[in-house]
Write a protein that binds this ligand. Sequence first.
Ligand code: SF4
Length: 532
Amino acid sequence: MGDANRPTDEVVYDDAGRTPLGNEAARDAAEPGAAPTEGPAGDTTQEPTGDAPQVAGDGAGCHAGADELRRAAEAAGQSELLQRLATDYPTGPHDQPQSMCPAFGSLRVGLRMRRTATVLCGSACCVYGLTFTSHFYGAKRSVGYVPFDSETLVTGKLFEDVRAAVQQLADPAKYDAVVVTNLCVPTASGVPLRLLPKAIDGVRIIGIDVPGFGVPTHAEAKDVLAGAMLKYARGEAEQGPVQAPREGRSEKPTVTLLGEMFPADPVGVGMLLEPLGLAAGPVVPTREWRELYAALDCAAVAAIHPYYTASIRELQEAGRRVVGSAPVGHDGTAAWLDAIADACNVPADKLAAAKNAFLPIIRKALAEAPVDGTITVSGYEGSELLVARLLMESGARVPYVGTAAPKTQWSKPDLEWLEARGTTVQFRAALEQDKAAVDAVKPDLAIGTTPVVQHAKQQSIPALYFTNLISARPLMGAAGAGSLAQVVNAALASRARFDRMNAFFAGVGDGDTAGIWDRMPAHADKSAGGHS
Ligand code: SF4
């Protein structure tokens, strides 16, 4: 052990370590005989003082607390951004559903677009998680990263670093656009991505803020980027001619489809639209920049996922009408065709022709693939209400639907249809609500997120992952009718297998039968609430 007073080689930059602390008096009072007020530099018990909210540097994140980050963002002049996010993505009754980092949504949208580079600006731990997840889900591209520390954050050097990175990356031979995303800490600190150049050598620069304390789900983060791109593309289209889609402009008026969907669904929707004299337009988020112009150049917008608020704003600014819900099942397809025909001024005889052509086929497909059982549905994709409708039209009973998405005016047709049939719909559903629904309903099958599925299976209730097994099937038109029946009926039939497994493992992995004990555990008196 060395002498504590011995001079060291430590470099001292300033007198910060000698600053008197606000909690000093309380500490002294609590510790009679404690060190005098001028504590040694590096005393880890000291805490920063000052009235202004502060954001810690690298390492602060979701666990630092959303309120803290929100306060810091307001202090950094980000009130307008926070206000817009609160309007576009309202929280409540639950303030933030449990889901992955929201920025994953916008990151994935950027990574799926041709000739688009993505750059993240945030804490290293967040970036690690986001890049890991994106590669886990098959991204075949690098994710750019501009690291920071407390010093570059507070001195504004971070913004200069971002600008330099963008400058270096913006090669028109490789890219149409570079997307820079501020994660939580740079957003809270007000790193001003809006001051980045709008374009460099013809490469568009899109700066977005996707903080976890402002965008509740990764589903809505997709809309943040899609909306920002549509806004940019709308500005370009207003200035003059723009690129046509790769396969040329559609000869018929088109319907832009909002929200990611199974690849066969736009094809099915296109078949439904054909007799109306319409065609399916691009799916937003698009896979290429030039598709954005085609998305704006539509006759109407189908808000298949009803929470694309920023994108809808841009499309409405372009003068487009928006239609909610989707052509799922018999009733859903009939109502959707009516709404599209109304939005696009389609004559009654064409509408009748489309309905006569497709509704009997859909009804037959539903009848040939019946589902008999009680099912709870929960998820964070935004298509939960549509899936519930399709299941009910197939014969299932669906007493509960939970979705992490918010309630919007575009979810109204599905909400009304479901509520009229006795279904409870919970928007912004929390995991606890989804699990409580499983406990209360005791369904024959629970469709949900990973923890909901786990909760159900522990009780011998068959369960299916929404994202992997339900979203990976067509839902719309004739192809969608009956497409869920196969996987759902197989799961419903597995109840006996779950009962067998539960009986076999009964009492294993729970209470005193879990873990490794260095002596024989006494059996717990469960009524007393724990082990002795
Ligand atoms: S960026 Fe994502 S992971 Fe990082 S602190 Fe924010 S919400 Fe959490």
